[in-house]
Design a protein around this ligand. Structure first.
Ligand code: WA2
Length: 280
């Protein structure tokens, strides 16, 4: 009898956890597909037309009106690939390329574009030229001057796939988040293109940021399960050093169920951990 109850409890927890993990994965997948489509939009109307048929006003309006298509994202932006030899020309047209400040961004004045420093000399840069209003604070910032963004840009353009950062503190946010990046290429590339071909055909990077805690909260709230179970989401890419993406310190209440979450980047691994709030 007691064993039956324990078994039932275990099953209930597993079902609730798997359902939530699948919802999170599905919503992420939906928004990833739309971010991919935005990369094609920029390729078609900004790089595919001379002169460009796109500007900040159009990008801002379009991304605002289609925000419902990208659940869990806090904003999207487009950064241009600029070589050092092109910097002067670029800055004449778009203004100074700014360095990403990785200090205490909780202070709003630290993000004041007037007070931000020019990017130091590099081989190349990735300044943001178009942004959704919700992330307009990254306008003109060289995304290659941030460690996580830079790694994402390099991996996105060499693979041609959508890639994810590990969780890190986003600019102007107090939470951990992740960034999804798609490279934009100047020509249709063969499906067997080499990394070198992909890198040299790159013209820019379309990225989306995910403020994970607030967005996962919103998702779980819809399920009215907050009274019953406690959910944590981890980046387990480095199995011996998991990074918390969502949830607080764990309190051991006995049962634990682990559901896999696939965010579509085979380089990263994620798990959802679920526990009952109360001991039986
Ligand atoms: N977007 C928003 N907030 C951020 C951030 C970011 N990256 N990085 C740190 N805080 C334009 O991959 C190209 C977006 C980067 C894309």
């Amino acid at each position: 009898m007691k064993r039956d109850i324990v078994l039932r409890r275990k099953e209930t927890l597993a079902n609730m956890c798997d359902e939530r993990a699948r919802m999170l994965q599905d919503q992420f997948n939906v928004s990833m597909n739309h971010v991919h489509a935005l990369a094609i939009l920029v390729s078609t109307f900004h790089h595919g037309k001379h002169p460009s048929a796109m500007d900040q006003k159009m990008f801002g309006e379009y991304t605002e009106r289609t925000a419902f298509e990208r659940p869990l994202t806090s904003g999207v932006a487009y950064a241009l690939k600029v070589l050092h030899s092109e910097r002067e020309q670029f800055e004449k047209q778009h203004g100074t390329i700014k360095k990403m400040e990785t200090g205490d961004q909780t202070l709003v004045q630290d993000c004041d574009p007037e007070k931000m420093e020019p990017a130091p000399i590099q081989d190349e840069y990735a300044p943001v030229i178009f942004s959704q209003r919700t992330v307009s604070h990254i306008d003109s910032i060289d995304m290659m001057s941030g460690k996580e963004d830079r790694e994402n840009i390099l991996r996105a353009r060499a693979t041609g796939k959508g890639v994810l950062t590990s969780p890190f503190k986003l600019l102007k946010s107090n939470h951990l988040g992740v960034v999804l990046t798609f490279a934009v290429y100047d020509s249709e590339l063969p499906s067997d293109a080499t990394a070198e071909q992909l890198i040299s055909a790159t013209v820019g990077y379309l990225g989306a940021s995910y403020d994970v805690p607030s967005l996962v909260d919103k998702l779980l709230q819809q399920l009215a399960s907050k009274q019953t179970i406690v959910v944590n989401v981890y980046d387990t890419t480095n199995a011996s050093a998991p990074i918390t993406m969502y949830g607080g310190d764990v309190v051991d209440t006995g049962l634990l169920h682990v559901s896999k979450v696939d965010f579509g980047d085979p380089f990263r691994k994620h798990e959802m951990h679920c526990r009952f709030k109360q001991k039986p």
